[in-house]
Design a protein around this ligand. Structure first.
Ligand code: SF4
Length: 365
C-alpha cells in the first residue's frame, strides 16, 4: 500500500459525476500514474472518468477498463496554434467537469483546469499555482527542501487526499487484440517463433545522452544472451533513435527485430514488450512498460536517482556504478561520463542471467 507523501488531509466531498484526470507527459510517469486510475474508479464507481493526455502517449492507456473517455492534447498538431489550443480548452469547458485531479506539477496544468471551469481542482501546491487549486496539497518536504519520493506514491497521495480507499501501488497496462496481432505479425516476419526467448533492449533515452549506456557493451550483453539462451533481440527505439538502432545492429551477431520501418505506436510497443521474455534498458520509459507487464527487467542507471522509481521492483535488478557525482540528474554529462563508462558489461550480463535463471529457465525446466 502507498506510503503517503507529505501530510495529506482527508476531505469529504460529494460524489462527483464527471472527473477529469490530467496525466503527466513522460512515458514512465504515465505508467507510474496508472494506479491512480484504479484508485479513483474504485472510489467513484459511477462517475464518468476522463483522462487528459498528450496525443503521443495516449495508446499507453488504451483498453484501460477504468477510463470512460480519453481527451487528446495534440501539442504538435491540431492544438499547436493558439486557436487550436483554446478550441480544446473550450471543449473541456463544455464538458462541465466536477472534479479535476492534476498529476503534473506545472502551473499551466492548473491554469488549464481553472480555465476549463473544473469546479474542484486537486493537486500539489507547487510552481506558484496554489491559488488556482481548490485543494492545494503541500508537496512532501524535509524542512524547506522537497523530498524525493517515488512517483507512484507521489501520485497516489493525491488519491489519499480525496479519501480513496484502494491505494495499491501495482502499475497496470492493457493491450488490445489488434495490437497483440500486429506485434505477433512483426515478430513472425522477423522469423521469431512462438517459444523463442526474446530480450527487448531499449538502448535510447529521450531524457538526454547522460542516460545512455555504451552501445558496444549492450551488444556484448545481447550476444552473450544469444549464445547462452538462443535469445532474439527486440530493439525498442523511437523514430528519433534510428541511428542508435543502426549502430548497435552492426555489432550484434544476429539480426535484431527493429521497429523503425514498422508502423508502430505505443499500443504495439506494449504488446511487443508483453511478448518479450526479459528487458534490458536504460532508465527510460520502456522500463516502466515492462514492469507494468510483470516482466523481468535489468535497468542500467547512471545520472538519475533511483528513488523516483523505487517501487514494484520484485522482478527488477538495478545495475549502477557508484561514483561521487551521481545522481546529478543532468541530461548531458559535463565531465567524462564515468557513471556509465566505468560500468563493465559483465555486471549487466550477470544481472540478466540472474533474472533468466530466477524467472524464466527454472519455470521451463
Ligand atoms: S556528472 Fe557524474 S553522474 Fe552525472 S552524467 Fe556525468 S558521470 Fe554521470
Amino acid at each position: 500500500m502507498v506510503r503517503h507523501c507529505g501530510q495529506p488531509t482527508l476531505v469529504s466531498m460529494n460524489s462527483p459525476s464527471k472527473i477529469l484526470i490530467r496525466f503527466p507527459n513522460w512515458v514512465g510517469d504515465v505508467v507510474m500514474a496508472t494506479p491512480v486510475l484504479r484508485a479513483v474508479r474504485r472510489q467513484y464507481p459511477d462517475a464518468h472518468l476522463a483522462v487528459f493526455i498528450k496525443k503521443y502517449a495516449r495508446q499507453l492507456l488504451d483498453d484501460c477498463p477504468h477510463i470512460d473517455e480519453v481527451i487528446e492534447y495534440d501539442a504538435d498538431g491540431e492544438h499547436k496554434s493558439l486557436k487550436g489550443y483554446y478550441r480544446l480548452l473550450y471543449q473541456l469547458r463544455e464538458k462541465d467537469f466536477d472534479l479535476g485531479i492534476l498529476l503534473p506539477n506545472s502551473f499551466r496544468a492548473a491554469w488549464e483546469m481553472r480555465f476549463a471551469g473544473v469546479k474542484r481542482r486537486v493537486g500539489y501546491a507547487r510552481q506558484g499555482r496554489g491559488l488556482l487549486l481548490t485543494d492545494p496539497i503541500p508537496a512532501p518536504r524535509d524542512g524547506r527542501k522537497l523530498r524525493i519520493v517515488n512517483m507512484v506514491d507521489y501520485y497516489l497521495s493525491i488519491c489519499a487526499h480525496l479519501g480513496c480507499a484502494e491505494l495499491s501501488r501495482t502499475e497496470e497496462l492493457f493491450t488490445s487484440m489488434e495490437s497483440d496481432k500486429r506485434a505477433d505479425a512483426i515478430l513472425k516476419k522477423n522469423g521469431v517463433k512462438e517459444n523463442d526467448v526474446i530480450v527487448s533492449l531499449a538502448p535510447g533515452a529521450g531524457y538526454g545522452p547522460a542516460k545512455l549506456y555504451p552501445l558496444d557493451r549492450y551488444a556484448k550483453v545481447m550476444n552473450a544472451l544469444a549464445d547462452r539462451y538462443g535469445a532474439r533481440v527486440l530493439l525498442i527505439t523511437s523514430p528519433k533513435e534510428t541511428s542508435l538502432a543502426d549502430e548497435i545492429s552492426g555489432d550484434l551477431k544476429s539480426k535484431p527485430v527493429r521497429l523503425d520501418g514498422e508502423n508502430v505506436d505505443l499500443g504495439v510497443v506494449k504488446s511487443l514488450i508483453k511478448r518479450a521474455t526479459l528487458m534490458v534498458t536504460n532508465d527510460t520509459g520502456p522500463r516502466h512498460i515492462a514492469v507494468a507487464m510483470n516482466k523481468p527487467v535489468v535497468v542500467v542507471f547512471g545520472p538519475t536517482s533511483t528513488v523516483y522509481t523505487d517501487v514494484n521492483l520484485g522482478k527488477t535488478i538495478i545495475v549502477r556504478e557508484e561514483v561521487d557525482c551521481s545522481p546529478c540528474q543532468l541530461k548531458i554529462c559535463p565531465i567524462d561520463h564515468r557513471c556509465m563508462e566505468r560500468l563493465e558489461h559483465g555486471r549487466v550480463l550477470a544481472a540478466a542471467e540472474e533474472l533468466m535463471e530466477r524467472h524464466v529457465v527454472s519455470k521451463k525446466s
